[in-house]
Design a protein around this ligand. Structure first.
Ligand code: A3P
Length: 310
């Protein structure tokens, strides 16, 4: 299929140069999702998992791609060549995504020839994940990122991804995040939903900030969860290969495989900054005060140990 083909508003494919529209959001059980997800909801919720499946779940922009690459390298014993067999979006399909060809849907399965486990990415909140995943006790890695950095990253992503809803100006984007009006809904409900279920469902709950602070410790944590044991030099190599710098230069993970009309990386690169605390460069004092006040209310009673600086 030609690289010039892109995804249209309706989810069909058009040649580059044709119009690209940003997907409108439609509520599915109270969660705003892109229209192509909402219209395919019956097939998504009927997805038949296999008990060996591995789910990587995140609120958008929390460190999904980073975790995907770590997982693939761990599963393949640090073999860099094997992990370059295809773009990350092909190696690990996006469960609820319904706009091929560049990002296949999770429903279309993993590339032929890949040994189990099948690794599937999702941004769905806990309650919308097809129930079979929980019944079959599929392994699940959840990555959470502090709200302010997550918001900043999402803002820049919505600017550059021409299929996401229009972000509008920064000062009006903050309330949309606070009110859960962005695609995939409320960050607050998302992080709390998986946190509540993590023990019962054997979910490995990770933090982006911990991964930045001590990537080796977190790579080892994921390795143990996957039931693997790799030698020291392999673990070191995986940490190196999944550094921000290495991933920014790796065409199989930096999303340059999505054509420019869809991901316009001249507006903001997919691998943008990869830092903790970039929110300090975006929020005014007043924006930060209002956000923090609301945060206290929305997160009341939850003890999730988020850090906004490290
Ligand atoms: P920024 O926009 O803050 O730079 P996702 O994969 O969930 O869409 O998340 C993307 C965010 O993770 C981006 O954040 C991106 O730069 C960051 N990221 C990706 N790979 C990373 C890595 N190896 N180390 C640190 N951050 C990384």
């Amino acid at each position: 299929m030609s690289d010039k083909r892109v995804v249209s508003h309706s989810g069909s494919i058009q040649e580059a140069g044709g119009s690209i529209s940003r997907f409108p959001l439609i509520s599915v059980q109270g969660v705003p999702l892109r229209n192509h997800i909402a219209t395919n909801w019956d097939s998504i919720s009927a997805f038949e998992d296999h008990p060996s499946d591995l789910l990587i779940a995140t609120y958008p922009k929390a460190g999904t791609t980073w975790t995907q690459e770590i997982v693939d390298l761990l599963l393949n014993d640090g073999d860099q060549e094997v992990c370059r067999r295809a773009p990350v979006a092909v190696r690990m399909p996006f469960l609820e995504h319904f706009s091929p060809p560049h990002c296949p849907s999770g429903l279309s399965g993993t590339p032929q020839g890949d040994a189990p486990p099948r690794v599937i990415k999702t941004h769905l909140p806990f309650q919308l994940v097809p129930q079979g995943f929980w019944k079959n006790k599929c392994k699940t890695i959840y990555v959470a990122r502090n709200a302010k950095d997550n918001l900043v990253s999402y803002f820049h992503f919505d600017r550059m991804n021409q299929t996401q809803p229009e972000p509008g100006p920064w000062d009006s984007y903050i309330p949309k995040f606070m009110e859960g009006k962005l695609a995939w809904g409320s960050w607050y409900d998302h992080v709390k939903g998986y946190w509540k279920e993590r023990e019962k469902n054997n979910i490995l709950y990770l933090f982006y900030e911990d991964m930045k602070e001590n990537p080796r410790r977190e790579v080892e944590r994921i390795m143990r969860y996957l039931g693997k044991s790799l030698p020291d030099d392999v673990i070191c190599r995986i940490v190196e290969l999944t550094s921000f710098k290495a991933m920014k230069e790796n065409p199989m993970v930096n999303y340059t495989f999505i054509p420019v009309p869809v991901f316009d990386q001249s507006i903001s690169p997919f691998m943008r900054k990869g830092e903790v605390g970039d929110w300090n460069n975006h929020f005014t004092q007043e924006q930060s005060r209002v956000f923090d006040e609301d945060y206290e209310i929305q997160m009341k009673g939850s003890n999730i140990p988020f850090r906004i600086n490290i």
